[in-house]
Design a protein around this ligand. Structure first.
Ligand SMILES: C[S@@+](CC[C@H](N)C(=O)[O-])C[C@H]1O[C@@H](n2cnc3c(N)ncnc32)[C@H](O)[C@@H]1O
Length: 293
């Protein structure tokens, strides 16, 4: 893990939380998502800006500069919320990897009342989240357990065993906005463990960057995207893993079968009634897969 993420709160986790909070106040139904908790845990001056149309436009212009990223985060939130809505009642355990300021353990607490929920993240970011919830007097559900971890260094098996994660049950695994910050080895270790520990019909949801599109971006040399990467690199959260080849082959290595994969054009059509988002969102895919055995 880079030095920054070991000692400072993840800048990308803060960014996605701010986008969800802003989206919560949107009037346009395409831009609206339902993370009311995000709006409670961002700094109060940003929350005040997000609330009103004019200041919200100023905030978006100043902070969400990368074309298409805001739309991508909104549609990713809505897509994954739909999965939680339809599945949460039927799983025994939920594991949220790189949870950041994810609030689904709270927002879906009724549907998840019979499940155990584990959130994994870097210690500093996780503690910042806990502090924000305590400060705003938002209570954590009893079935939520925090596990601090560095996926690139620590043993996931040891961490899960210690936290009481049960083997061979039906699980929902979520890696939202995480895979592209890890290296190939950490991805492989994480997915092997997911495969070994889960029962048939467990569900895996993650998004990833497509290697071929990233290469195309580099050739095109879009300056806004380059700037975005430079900012992330400075913050120690430089994108790493990209998926080469067919998604079906990748999933099969871990005994998962593809249920659904959506790219930016499909998300744009589904949630925004338009053909596609701006370039930055075009490299991302969201995958929903099911354990086969
Ligand atoms: C883009 S944020 C996504 C947060 C959240 N899932 C969301 O969608 O809002 C990436 C998250 O991955 C975590 N992360 C990145 N690299 C990590 C690592 N090596 N070990 C543990 N967590 C890591 C960061 O702390 C951060 O919370």
């Amino acid at each position: 893990m880079s030095k920054r993420i070991e000692s400072k709160v993840s800048i990308t986790a803060l960014g996605t939380c701010l986008m969800r909070a802003t989206s919560y106040y949107e009037k346009d139904p395409c831009y609206k998502s339902e993370d009311f908790i995000a709006s409670m845990i961002i700094p109060s001056y940003l929350n005040a800006m997000a609330k009103y149309n004019i200041s919200r436009s100023v905030l978006k212009k100043a902070l969400f500069k990368v074309p298409g990223i805001y739309e991508y985060i909104i549609s990713r939130t809505r897509f994954i919320d739909e999965i939680f809505n339809s599945l949460a009642e039927n799983v025994d355990q939920v594991l949220i990897f790189g949870a950041g300021f994810d609030s689904r353990a709270m927002r879906f607490r009724n549907q998840l009342k019979n499940a155990r929920v584990f959130e994994l993240d870097a210690q500093v970011t996780q503690q910042a989240k806990i502090n924000r919830f305590v400060k705003r007097k938002i209570d954590f559900p009893m079935n939520l357990k925090f596990i601090s971890i560095d996926f690139t260094k620590d043993s996931l098996v040891e961490k899960l065993d210690k936290a009481g994660f049960g083997k061979n049950s039906r699980c929902l695994f979520l890696l939202e906005g995480l895979t592209y910050y890890l290296d190939q080895e950490s991805i492989d270790n994480t997915l092997n463990l997911i495969s070994d520990y889960s029962s048939k019909d467990s569900v895996l949801v993650f998004d990833y960057a497509s290697a071929s599109i990233v290469r195309q971006e580099e050739i095109n040399g879009d300056t806004k995207i380059k700037k975005h990467y430079q900012t992330l690199a400075k913050a120690g959260e430089r994108p790493g893993f990209m998926l080469e080849g067919e998604i079906q082959d990748f999933l099969a290595k871990y005994k998962f079968g593809l249920i659904e994969e959506v790219d930016s054009a499909q998300l744009a059509e589904k949630y925004f009634c338009k053909e596609d988002f701006e370039p930055v969102a075009q490299k991302f895919r969201i995958v929903k897969a099911k354990k086969k055995v």
